[in-house]
Ligand binder design. Sequence first.
Ligand SMILES: Cc1cc2nc3c(=O)[nH]c(=O)nc-3n(C[C@H](O)[C@H](O)[C@H](O)COP(=O)(O)O)c2cc1C
Length: 222
Amino acid sequence: MTQLSIVYYSHFRGATERLAQAVARGAAEVPDTDVALIPVDAVDGAWQRLHASDAIVFGTPTYIGGVAARFKEFVEKLAGEVWLERMWVNKVAGGFTVSAGRSGDKLACLQQLATYAAQMGMLWVPVRITGGNYSSAGSEDDLNRMAGYLGVMAQANIDEGPDKAPPPSDIATAELHGHHIAQVTRQFAHGRRQHPADYDRFATSAPRAERAPRTLPELLAE
Ligand SMILES: Cc1cc2nc3c(=O)[nH]c(=O)nc-3n(C[C@H](O)[C@H](O)[C@H](O)COP(=O)(O)O)c2cc1C
């Protein structure tokens, strides 16, 4: 089995949670894929799962042109042992975001997510299809209607609940991206286990103890 985990934060209207569920559905369609949905609030009970995952997908709403603060709190927990020991090197990564505006500065948010993955040495997977809704023949019903490539860009009207927003085209785009990331993960994880690099010491090792990773101040105090 390959393991794919989705760590996400959703608060205002539950829009990001709907996208996370869509990414999970798409990923679960790929054979031999075990999927876990982890809200950031539950991350401290899920470290073992995250360390053992072949892929970790990041999801956050765009708040004030960037990643939501609570999601960033999770990322800063990585800025110690996980970063220093390169514990997540060569894990597959990807991301999604949603905002009320068509742009809403979602690109800045996805760039931040990709940078977090890069700092951990993870391998970022872009959206595999071209952008939609780019000509007079296009519409809001197109897959990838926001034409995002770095990750899924969804849009949710600020006055609508998660039953309506984001619309079906964005949900389907998130499903497609989850499926693609899981497919790439399956291909890569099998090869990685068969041909681990000499620096790839976490590729085949047993999952680590279930505890929060040590932070930089804790490491420096040892
Ligand atoms: C604190 C806050 C900041 C926001 N900042 C932006 C923004 O910069 N751009 C934008 O288009 N929408 C912004 N929004 C709207 C949210 O991105 C949008 O409602 C999103 O769907 C919320 O996702 P959630 O329901 O999963 O929390 C903001 C909403 C909140 C509550």
